[in-house]
Ligand binder design. Structure first.
Ligand SMILES: [Zn+2]
Length: 79
């Protein structure tokens, strides 16, 4: 199982929570779930990361998402 850390996918720089998954898509989904869990726990840093993402235009959001999917895909090319 490949893994990356939260901050690789736009999470707060200080978050080193490992995001795992069996596919790049699953990894992306697990990261989103982790971020939402942190926001529910009222974690300000993750809340800010979400707000930054929401502040982007739809085109920029699409680009970011593509970038994150590439990071996930690249993680699968390692080793
Ligand atoms: Zn995190």
């Amino acid at each position: 199982m490949k893994k990356i850390i939260c901050s690789d996918l736009g999470g707060p720089a200080e978050c080193e929570v490992e995001i795992k998954g069996n596919t790049p898509e699953e990894m992306g989904k697990n990261c989103q779930e982790h971020v939402m869990e942190e926001v529910e726990k009222s974690d300000g840093a993750h809340q800010e990361a979400v707000e930054n993402m929401q502040g982007l235009s739809p085109e920029e959001q699409k680009e970011k998402f593509a970038e994150y999917m590439k990071i996930c895909a690249d993680a699968f090319k390692r080793d």
